[in-house]
Design a protein around this ligand. Sequence first.
Ligand code: SF4
Ligand code: FES
Length: 752
Amino acid sequence: MAKVEIEIDGKIVNARAGEMLIAVTDREGISVPRFCYHKKLSISASCRMCLVDVEGAPKPQPACSTPIADGMRIHTQNEKVKTSQKAVMEFLLINHPLDCPICDQGGECELQDVAMEYGSDVSRFTEGKRIVADSDIGALIQTDMTRCIHCTRCVRFGTEIAGIMEMGGIGRGEDLKIEPFLTEGIQSELSGNMIDVCPVGALTSKPFRYELRTWQMNSKHNIARHDLVGSNIHAQTYKGKVKRIVARDNDDVNETWISDRDRFSYEGLSHENRLLAPQIKVEGEWKEVEWSVALDFAVRGLSNNILNSHQTSQLGALASNTATLEEFHLLQKILREIGSENIDHRLNVKNLNDPIVLDSNIKIANLENVDHALIVGSYTRLEQPMINHRLRKASLKGATVDVINAMEFDFNYPINSENIIAPNKVAVTLAGVLKVILESKQKEIPDYLAPVKIDDSSSALAEKLLSADQSVIVLGEHIINSDSAASIANLITNIAEQTKSSTLDLSMSGNSMAANLAGFVPGKGGLDVNAMLKADLKAYILLDMYPHYDFHHSIKAIEALNKDDTFVISLNSFKDKDVANYSDVLLPIACFYETSGSHVNIEGEIQSFAAAVSAPSDSKPAWKVLKVLADLLELPGFHYADSTQVTSEITHQSHNTHVHDENINLTAKQGVHVIWQKSPYAIDVLSRHSTSLQMTKIGQINSAWMTKTTAKSLDISENDKYLGVPVVISNTVANNCVFINANHSTQGGGQT
Ligand code: SF4
Ligand code: FES
């Protein structure tokens, strides 16, 4: 767009020809009132609140839909503008209820703010106001539709961003109503953003209803740790409690949106299940004690079990993927200072002898610029909502998306080809893709590809990657427990190299990238999680781990940790029956928003945050607990005054833990393959304790999908349970495959 000069209120301003006037006034800090305009949504120009005077135009023009042209002279404050804006305001207030004193939007209401400036004290409208019945649209959003001013931001959000048209306008003129189309409530994983875009109190947060006024709260920058994006948020607090989470703009990360998981998980912080006091187990009975007693007990236990007998390799450390970068660093440092390399965070991976190694080499923001994406083993919409949002944007710009999945999923953009195959066939399909690509480039075919037969789907997938200018191959978490997971990752690397595609590894979750950066994986001679559990270690330090949810095979893990002669120190933010059974010391730690630390996103970007509130009761930030534990163990190098000193230590060292293994195994194991995945709102301890999230449709996903043929081969039917999860017969799943989305971890192993 050509650069031009225009004049606004007598000031010469640089702009780009064709951009909307409101974007220029916003950039220049010139205030123009608006309701329907939103910088991330299409322009509807329906409210007329943004009228300005453009010299030469016969009538005031809406700033949100007036394109800039060279030499334009605009007035935003003259009498003509003020009169127009006042008229629009009067018209909008005709039907708006005067219920600001009981409206949750009060204090952050765009209508209230604009009415203060442009409204009149007295209404000339004496007729009855319109009343609109409310609909119950689910556990997250409260509706008060009488307050709706028909700006259609929520409707446009649904169609343009969420990709599901859930709200729409019904009726005309006086009878126009904005309503949900579906009776079963809003389904989108991004639905809470409608609360943010609604300029009035028609859509507000249900869990926050009648809690507080916005001006009573402090707003603190924070980072959401539920996925690999690290969305930027404001944690809004009052009297030491997190009361609300709202999105914070960062165009490189989450733009202006956040997922419902990031928005509503905070509710779990005040759950009655929080672990609030240090406890030690004496003769099988739990006893609440002072911190100093609990830490002394922990040190004595480590001394008796491993240190005094110089059996340091008998110590293991495991952590869930919700820990901060600093917590991962301190725990691995304790282990390594003591002399153990038994360190791991990959609790849900069945086979760590041949782990997935795949570079992520595309920026989150650049995902929307690809012209082709191949998704392998992921329902990105529910697993990584903000990554999916970028792929959707790419799709809206014309990109094609192919998927290779074990089940058909409801993507919110068109899928070019959906290859529904069991995990044991993914490697062979990708090998076919690689072979076609190598043949088309007349390159040498390696021996392992020689026997691969090329089918139509491999050819079509290869063709798309070859013809794309900028493509990305996304690897998801569905294949982590496939026997050929490492081969799949290696094939993707090879295909990407040949087609100059970018790659994105979404097979991890939460803050796994931080764990990798901190070196929270076994070092030379160390054991991985599966080997540790088989090795009957004599002592463990466990960081916020919940075995029923975190392990690939929870029952075996619980049995291993429950051994009589194993001394277990558990740092937990919530109580857990299994943790209480196998632990000897329970140390209560801070949860999300209660500690300072860092998240590392899929780009490798370290995003640090301060604590928004203090940890409740006697619980403490885990980094402080680990520091004191290290001091009591008389380990060197733990003199940190705050967590930022830990962060800078990490950024000055590097761990080289990944070794790229080029082995590719194309043997397809027979039998029924199980893909076990935790439901989107069961992936971490905080989400699991958010009552509202659990009440949503997504929160209640707990099903084992399989075809009739697969069910028959397993001798089960629709009303049965498979591995403890209710069976759903569906022809959307690949044959010989069971796709499980469960609210707990696997009980019976990954593959039958
Ligand atoms: S509910 Fe809110 S966002 Fe939706 S049309 Fe009404 S005022 Fe606009
Ligand atoms: S903001 Fe311009 S018409 Fe609504």
